[in-house]
Design a protein around this ligand. Sequence first.
Ligand SMILES: C[S@@+](CC[C@H](N)C(=O)[O-])C[C@H]1O[C@@H](n2cnc3c(N)ncnc32)[C@H](O)[C@@H]1O
Length: 296
Amino acid sequence: MGGSAGEVLVVRQGGDDPSPGLAAALRAHGLQACPVSAGDRPADLNGYRGLVVAAGAEGAASHLWEQAGAAGLPRLRLSGTAGPQDVAAFARSAACSAAYRSARGTREFFAPRAASWEEKFPDDGPAFAEAVGELALTPGATALDAGCGTGRALPLLRAAVGAEGHVIGVDLTPEMVRSALARGRGAHGRLLVADVARLPLPGAAVDAVLAAGLISHLPDPAAALTELARVTVTGGRLALFHPVGRTILAARHGRAPSPADLRAEHNLRPLLDRTGWTLTAFHDTDDRYLGLTVRR
Ligand SMILES: C[S@@+](CC[C@H](N)C(=O)[O-])C[C@H]1O[C@@H](n2cnc3c(N)ncnc32)[C@H](O)[C@@H]1O
């Protein structure tokens, strides 16, 4: 058994909550406590972001404790002198470790795909042009391509903002940015290696954001959308876009679209509401996926 993204395994002796502050401290960092009794503990920590062992469960959880140590996962014993400060420090460290592991996973996935990324999808141009059109950019504006990959949208964004405008492409995977530069995309905008959840930009710096194929790769979409809201002017637009719809995308992976998919309208709308955006148009057809949103 493995935890879903953001879960911390809590092994406890009885049914009682071993630490009243733990769940809240984890929640504050976007993590969730996953309590199990010592008798039901999993065989390994695969997928979990950290381990907490309650008083009395140390013996039963000793192999998990060693596993966490060997894997460099944050671990905390609640017996003895552990207090609220230890719990808070553990939650911080589990959050950092989760972000680090997820960034590493994203890079490991996209790095080998960077050199031939665009060649796999040679017919996407018109759909990208339409999505950039939906951003309603005007000459002189500043556009951000969040998760820009090889920068295939940068020439379109540059055409929309003109020579006096600004185009910024940000991607977490250095190989993607290198490939963008090798393709001459640096002539259309500034390219940065950065996480969209921690952008090196001041507040209200951009007029519109294109996020193509990005949102499903984010470990904490709420944190990234909040950060994108921070750097976008009030009334600025964000296009959550993909050149094909969810049904075709799911079929490529041999399945049907899941109702739990974050990109489904019933999941996306409340998430955007919570993070400073209002969904103003939604299309999910075979030839495009587009959630068009406005910064409140
Ligand atoms: C499916 S690709 C899409 C690339 C490009 N937008 C396109 O449509 O060709 C997703 C991209 O998002 C980048 N990415 C994933 N998580 C990111 C994050 N937290 N911050 C910045 N970029 C990220 C990946 O490195 C990858 O290049």
